[in-house]
Design a protein around this ligand. Sequence first.
Ligand code: F3S
Length: 755
Amino acid sequence: MAFDFDLIKKHYEQLPAKIAETKKLLGRPLTLTEKILYAHLWDKFPANAYERGKSYVDFAPDRVAMQDATAQMALLQFMQAGRAKVAVPSTVHCDHLIQARDNSEVDLKRAVTESKEVYDFLASVSDKYGIGFWKPGAGIIHQVVLENYAFPGGMMIGTDSHTVNAGGLGMVAIGVGGADACDVMAGLPWELKFPKLIGIKLTGKLSGWTAPKDVILKVAGILTVKGGTGAIVEYFGEGAVAMSCTGKGTICNMGAEIGATTSTFGYDDSMSRYLRGTNRADIADAADAVREHLTGDAEVYANPEQYFDQVIEINLSELEPHLNGPFTPDLATPISKMKEEAEKNGWPTKVEVGLIGSCTNSSYEDISRSVSIAKQVAEKSLKTKAEFTITPGSEQVRFTIERDGFLDTFDKIGAKVFSNACGPCIGMWDRMGADKQEKNTIVHSFNRNFAKRADGNPNTYAFVASPELVTALAIAGDLTFNPLTDTLTNEKGEQVKLDEPSGFELPPRGFAVDDAGYQAPAEDGSKVNVAVDPNSSRLQLLAPFPKWEGTDLKGLKLLIKAKGKCTTDHISMAGPWLKFRGHLDNISNNMLIGAVNYFNDKTDSIKSQLTGEYGPVPATQRAYKAQGIGTVVVGDENYGEGSSREHAAMEPRFLGVRAVLVKSFARIHETNLKKQGMLALTFADKEDYNKIQEDDTIDILGLTSFAPGVPLTLVFHHADGSSDTIQANHTYNEQQIEWFKEGAALNIIRKQFGA
Ligand code: F3S
C-alpha cells in the first residue's frame, strides 16, 4: 500500500467528470487549487460552492507521509484504531533523529545506535500495517516523497510543515499534526477550512545567478512570514513553466515560511520530465492524458484578479539573487544591496560556514549548479575561505552525484558531506564551538533561519540563499561579495571573477542508486509483532482513554488559570522534550510548564488545593489524578495557537484534566482536545475569566443533555463559600459529542473495527 499506481489511474479517470461538476457548481473557470480540492471531497458535491476562508470541508487525501519524530505518536494512536492496514497509502521517513557532526557514515552509525528502539518500533509498525518504511540514511521525507510518491493533481498530508514541498509536482500537500495523520490512516475524513487563493504570476525567465530559490525569497519579502496564512499559493505564467520541477519544489517548500497552507504549480513538461527521470513514465503518461485538468484554466491565468483573492506578479528576467535574514526568512535583501545593509545593521560579514542541501535545495540541478561554482576554485587558483557542508536530500541524489564526480569536486574544496537527513536544517548540528555563543555568520540553502535553529547558538546570524550563491559566498568567505559584479583575489594575486553557474535539470545519465533504503511492508502484517519494551523511556504503548461516566462533572479543582499567550509550546514544550514524543507518560512531565500562572505571574508554579503548597504543574496534576480528582484548565485568548501538536491535547487528557475553559481557542488545538475526549469550552462572557479564583472547586452541568449549540453551565465554588455560575459555549457537533462520550474519537473507530 506504500505506492499504488492503480489508485492514481483511477483518480485520473474520474477527474474529467469531477472537474465538470465543479465548473457547474462554481459557474466559472477554475484555478488548479479549486480543481484539486473539489476532486478530493470526502462527501458528495455540495449544493453551493464552499466559501473561501470560511467553510470547513472534509477531504479525502490520497496519501500520508510521516517523519520519524512525529510518526511515533501518530502510529501509537493508529495502533489503537484496530485496523489491520492503513486506509490510504502511507510512508514513514527516518530523517530527523540523525545528528550532523563528523561525516555521513559516522553520524548515521551513531544515530542508528542511539535511536535503535525508535527505529525498530517504526519499522515494525510500518511492516505490520502496510506502511512503506524509509530507513535512516534513505533521505529527507520531502525529497523522497517528491522522487517517489508525489503526483500531479494529488492531495496528501504529512506530519511536517514542509510537506508542502510536493507542490512542485502539482500536488496540494499540507503539513498536519500526528492526530490528523492517524485519522486519515484510520479511514476518517480530514477537515480543512476552505483556503483563500493567492495567485503568483511569473513572467520572464530565470538566468545567470538567479535561481528558483530567489523567487520564494522575493515572495517572502513581499508577503512576510504571515502573508500566506489561510491561503494556498498557486504559481503560473511562462516563468513557472520554464522552471524545473525540483525548482518548483524549492519554491513550494518555503511557502511554509510565509505561513501558506500550501503552494502548487500546474502540470507541465518539466513535471513530465521529472516523473520520467524518476522512473515513473506510467504516471507521466496518465497525467499527460488529462493534462488540462491538472492545471488552472487559461481564462483564470489570463485574468487572475477575477479569480484569486490576491495576485502578485514577478518578472524573473529582472529578479536578482537574494539573501534573506538574519533571524527571519522574510527579511529579503537583493545581493547588490547586501554590503549597504550589512554595514547599516552591523551584521558580521565574515562567512564562517556555507551549508547546502536539505529538504529545500538538494536536487540534482541544485548540486550540479553549485558544483559548477566549486569547480572554479581549482580552475582559477582560488581558496575556499569558509567551511562548507552538503546535506543530500536522498540516497538516490547522493549516489548519483557521487557517480558523476560532484562529491569529488566538493571534496577538493574541503567540504564535509553529512548524512542524507535533516541535520543542521532542524538544529541537529553538533557544531564545534557553538556553545561559546560567539557572534558569527553562516549562509545556507535551507528554509528557516530563526535564532538557534541551525546550531543552537543565538548569536549565529543565518542567511538563506540559493545553493549556488551559498557556494560562492563560502568561497569568498564574505557576506557582501556579489559574484555578479565583484572579483576575488586568487593565490597568484590576480583578480578573478566567478563564471555564472550552470547545471543540469536532471542527470544526463539518469539517476542511479544501489540501496535506496526502502523497506516494503509485509504482505500479511497480522504475524508481525510490534515490540515495545515496557521499561523504555522513549516509547510507550497507549491505552484507550476511558469513556465519559455519564453524569455531570462535579467537584473538579482549578489546576491553573493561565495568563496571556499560551501556545502549544507553552502547553507541551519542544527542545529536550522531543525525545519523549513517543512516550506519553514521560512527555506529560512538560504539561503546561511554560504557561504563566495568573495568580503569581510565574511559570510552572501553581497552588495545590490538596496541600496549599506551590509546585510544578505536572506534579500537582499527578497528585490530583492519584486521588481521582478531575481538574479544569482556564486560559486566555487564542489558547493553543502555534502548531497542531497533539501532545498538547493528549497530555492533559492523560493526566486527568477534564475541561479547558478559555476566552478563545486556536481552532486546531480546540479540535485536538475534542478528538482526545476533552471538553473544550469558551466563556460566553469573557469577563467571567476574572471571576475565577485560585482555590475554586468547579461543577460542569448540562452534560447529560449535551447537544450542539446548547451552552453548558459551570459553577465556581470559591474558598470563602460564595460561588459564581457562568455559561460556557462550545462548538461540538453531534459527531464530536460522541467523541466526548466514548472517551476519544479513536475509541469510535476501535468499535467500528471490533477492537
Ligand atoms: Fe524539515 Fe529541513 Fe528536514 S525543514 S524535513 S528539517 S531538512
